[in-house]
Design a binder for this molecule. Structure first.
Ligand SMILES: *[C@@H]1O[C@H](CO)[C@@H](O)[C@H](O)[C@H]1NC(C)=O
Ligand SMILES: *[C@@H]1O[C@H](CO)[C@@H](O)[C@H](O)[C@H]1NC(C)=O
Ligand SMILES: *[C@@H]1O[C@H](CO)[C@@H](O)[C@H](O)[C@H]1NC(C)=O
Ligand SMILES: *[C@@H]1O[C@H](CO)[C@@H](O)[C@H](O)[C@H]1NC(C)=O
Ligand SMILES: *[C@@H]1O[C@H](CO)[C@@H](O)[C@H](O)[C@H]1NC(C)=O
Ligand SMILES: *[C@@H]1O[C@H](CO)[C@@H](O)[C@H](O)[C@H]1NC(C)=O
Length: 300
């Protein structure tokens, strides 16, 4: 009798002092990630529950984990599939880290997910079709990763999806296409900057990046594309000043950077080119074409 009582006592003691199952799974998540900024230093395995850990939210009454937000935490490593062992998890946000694996069909085991934000990571490979099996999913953000391949046809089967972004960046590898004459990427849901590597495309005569969400400045190397005839950058979020040094672009006939967030003045070299059209409206540029010097046919 004494023996059984002490076993019971010890096991109660042990249960009371040990981390619950959600916490144990989160420790496995932590083990799989490289954390140079010590973002997960509060994930202490001696706690009873993970509810006060960085990035973790629990249901107030059941104390079960319902949300994991580790956005912008400088975490590196594969997607932590152990998250999907948390049975009441409805939201995962790993935005802006360096998650660098592929995403497998196991993601469908996160079956109560309502929101999944993995944007701005280094995910590669194909987008798993099984995502569409997450029948409660309302938000899916996979933008700014290195996914390849087609959007799964099963993506027509989401039941509750309200918001989706699969936007990509301009692949820097395009800079290797050294024979390229035309590069049309209009209305492709592109985000991020115009990659430096494109400066190598010196044969380009037509470049169209219009109607995307590109950010950053108009790169100064653009004025080194000496065969360029047409540059379309309208309706993006490009900022900063127009580059100098347009004088070498003697072939240029059309330049459209309207509807961006450009600042500064219009460089005189641009005005002196024999442009058929120059569109710079809806920006924050000051001044107008330098009077008396302009050879531009049509300016708006
Ligand atoms: C849960 O508790 C927190 C902190 O006490 C409170 O701010 C929050 O509103 C509560 N949430 C719900 C859904 O009751
Ligand atoms: C991404 O995370 C880094 C590191 O925490 C932070 O400095 C940066 O501001 C974040 N960027 C965005 C767009 O949130
Ligand atoms: C992903 O990041 C981890 C941690 O930095 C690294 O060890 C691993 O080699 C990376 N994997 C790939 C495929 O780049
Ligand atoms: C992902 O794309 C970025 C930007 O194009 C590139 O710098 C990086 O090397 C790529 N990473 C992988 C793992 O392919
Ligand atoms: C691009 O070209 C460079 C130099 O030739 C090469 O090292 C690199 O692997 C190429 N990148 C791709 C993605 O093909
Ligand atoms: C213009 O061309 C000249 C001669 O090829 C070169 O030295 C100069 O760097 C070029 N300027 C710009 C802004 O590209």
């Amino acid at each position: 009798m004494f023996f059984y009582r002490s076993v019971l006592f010890l096991s109660l003691l042990f249960t009371a002092r040990s981390l619950n199952q959600d916490g144990l799974f989160l420790q496995r998540v932590k083990l799989g990630l490289s954390d140079p900024a010590h973002s997960l230093s509060s994930w202490n395995e001696r706690d009873d529950t993970p509810c006060n850990w960085y990035g973790i939210t629990c249901d107030n009454s059941t104390r079960r984990v319902n949300s994991v937000d580790l956005s912008s935490s400088e975490l590196t490593g594969p997607f932590p599939n152990f998250l999907c062992r948390l049975p009441f998890l409805t939201s995962i946000n790993l935005m802006n880290n360096s998650i660098n694996s592929s995403l497998t069909d196991d993601i469908a085991t996160c079956k109560n997910l309502e929101s999944l934000d993995l944007s701005a990571n280094l995910l590669v490979g194909s987008i798993p079709a099984s995502l569409s099996e997450l029948s409660n999913l309302k938000l899916l953000n996979l933008a700014s990763n290195n996914f390849s391949g087609a959007i799964p046809t099963k993506f027509g089967q989401f039941q509750k999806l309200e918001w989706i972004s699969l936007a990509g960046r301009i692949p820097s590898q395009f800079g290797n296409l050294s024979n390229l004459v035309e590069l049309w990427l209009a209305n492709c849901n592109l985000v991020g900057p115009i990659p430096e590597s494109l400066s190598k495309l010196t044969r380009l005569s037509n470049l169209d990046f219009s109607l995307n969400r590109l950010t950053g400045s108009i790169p100064s190397w653009l004025t080194g594309l000496k065969n360029i005839e047409q540059i379309e950058l309208y309706e993006n979020s490009l900022s900063g000043e127009l580059p100098l040094g347009f004088s070498n672009l003697t072939m240029l006939r059309r330049f459209d950077a309207s509807t961006n967030q450009l600042t500064g003045t219009i460089p005189i070299q641009l005005a002196q080119l024999e442009l058929e059209s120059l569109n710079l409206f809806e920006n924050r540029l000051v001044g107008t074409l330098p009077r008396g010097h302009s050879k531009v046919t049509k300016f708006v």
